[in-house]
Design a protein around this ligand. Structure first.
Ligand SMILES: [Zn+2]
Length: 96
């Protein structure tokens, strides 16, 4: 059923959190971008290219940080294809 409420909600771009699979407005998520061969926190969400998102819940960030490689692999596996082997592991570069 499409109500006025759902139409309104659709106007905001939503992305799925890698960890809890919950959907959130883009601006409430932290974006991880694949830049060249490295994963970085895309603080301003302007890096373009391939991206994945983690929501702001402390539990999600903690789980993500403990198992970065697993989550990144899952998020980017399909998108990476051939490039996968050329990526410098599945770890986000330190720092912002
Ligand atoms: Zn989450």
């Amino acid at each position: 059923m499409v109500t006025a409420e759902t139409r309104k909600a659709r106007k905001r771009p939503e992305r799925t959190c890698l960890v809890c699979r919950g959907k959130f407005p883009k601006e409430e998520l932290r974006r991880i971008a694949l830049v060249g061969r490295a994963f970085v926190w895309d603080v301003h969400q302007r890096a373009g290219g391939r991206g994945a998102y983690v929501c702001a819940k402390p539990g999600c960030l903690e789980r993500f940080e403990r198992r970065q490689a697993d989550f990144l692999q899952r998020a980017f596996r399909k998108k990476l294809n051939k490039e996968r082997r050329e990526t410098d592991g599945f770890f986000i570069s330190p720092g912002q």
